[in-house]
Design a protein around this ligand. Structure first.
Ligand SMILES: [Fe+2]
Ligand SMILES: [Fe+2]
Length: 364
């Protein structure tokens, strides 16, 4: 046991809560939000000259800080009945908040590190604004968790979480996608609850519209960064990587969302519908920079997502079971998940040509 774990356990001994949110946030499985690190010096060498006009406009918008006062509880923040919440829903909702908070904070840590290490004024300015936004997002979710008597210890998480190294180009693909998918997720829930306000079981959803605009502009920034080097999206190998990231990000989201049935039921959202809707919006947006989109209406798409989800449930069951039998079950299910992934990855993509002007505005 390392020192962090000891301090952490001691801290937790004082908290008499059944949710170990730090452990939930710290968990590094294939499905949980990750922490990233990259070759910061390479990122720092980017020259934004080819996209200067669009860049300056976007940076100007971020500098004006339209959401400066948004992430504060006000009169719209209705009292939450945590005690009266159905236990399964409570567990899933807390899991949702913890994983969202971890994802937001993971962005914050990566962006802040880039800002700290960089010398390129354009890059530093951008990453400074993005770190600012993500810190607010993570902090706001943590405020909501605190009301439930739990919170993620963000300082602890920075030290304890494992960091995954990604080459800068993989950071572009993965982060661009996670920002745009974040936008699509937040706005889809927001619009659904706007039409069905009786299903808004927690006030945090009221904050999602302005919130997702931040994610939208972060995605715009990565789109511009990718545009500075056409090879990133045009070379044969990189196209395969983009397909890989699209497939991995979409299928991970599908599996993760299906692990929270009570949460989606409380929102009145059919998970298959919701996920397809989010994929559709994300794919439409991503055409701004990616020369293809996944064919999510292909006959092989849904069945293999379902296959993958079942495989992940078996992996989890195997892990719980333990022992040799559990190991074998886990291994067999792992192979099934891998096959499902291959089946998804090999679905022919729909090719497209990104427009001359990359910039988009949030339209959903
Ligand atoms: Fe965020
Ligand atoms: Fe973001």
């Amino acid at each position: 046991m390392n020192m962090h774990a000891t301090t952490h356990d001691e801290l937790h001994a004082e908290m008499s809560d059944k949710f170990d949110t730090d452990a939930m946030a710290q968990e590094s499985t294939l499905l949980n939000p990750r922490f990233y690190t990259t070759a910061f010096d390479e990122l720092d060498r980017i020259d934004v000259t080819p996209v200067r006009a669009e860049w300056d406009k976007l940076i100007g918008q971020m500098k004006s800080d339209p959401n400066k006062g948004h992430f504060k509880k006000n009169a719209d923040w209705d009292k939450v009945d945590w005690e009266g919440m159905e236990p399964k829903l409570k567990r899933e909702f807390i899991d949702f908040l913890v994983s969202s908070c971890t994802a937001e904070f993971s962005g914050c840590v990566l962006y802040k590190e880039m800002k700290r290490r960089g010398k390129n004024p354009d890059i530093c300015e951008l990453f400074n604004y993005m770190a600012r936004d993500e810190a607010r997002h993570a902090g706001f979710i943590n405020d909501a968790l605190r009301e439930a008597g739990v919170a993620v210890n963000l300082g602890f998480l920075t030290k304890a979480k494992k960091y995954t190294y990604f080459r800068p180009k993989f950071i572009y693909y993965a982060t661009y996608l996670s920002e745009k998918i974040g936008y699509a997720r937040y706005i889809t829930i927001y619009r659904h609850l706007e039409a069905n306000p009786e299903q808004r079981f927690h006030p945090i959803f009221k904050w999602f519209k302005e919130w997702c605009n931040d994610e939208f502009s972060h995605g715009e920034a990565f789109a511009l960064l990718m545009r500075t080097d056409p090879k990133l999206t045009e070379s044969f190998a990189n196209k395969l990587w983009i397909r890989f990231f699209l497939t991995a990000v979409y299928s991970t989201m599908y599996v993760r969302d299906h692990a929270r049935p009570a949460f989606h039921e409380a929102l009145g959202v059919d998970i298959d519908w919701y996920d397809q809707e989010v994929f559709r919006k994300t794919s439409e947006i991503a055409k701004q920079v990616f020369p293809m989109e996944l064919d999510i209406d292909h006959p092989r798409w849904m069945p293999n997502l379902k296959r993958m989800e079942r495989a992940f449930r078996k992996i989890e069951a195997g892990a719980k079971q333990g022992g040799v039998a559990g190991q074998i079950a886990k291994f067999a299910a792992g192979a099934q998940a891998a096959w499902a992934f291959v089946a998804l990855y090999t679905i022919p993509v729909k090719k497209s040509t990104p427009p001359v002007s990359v910039r988009l505005e949030p339209a959903y």
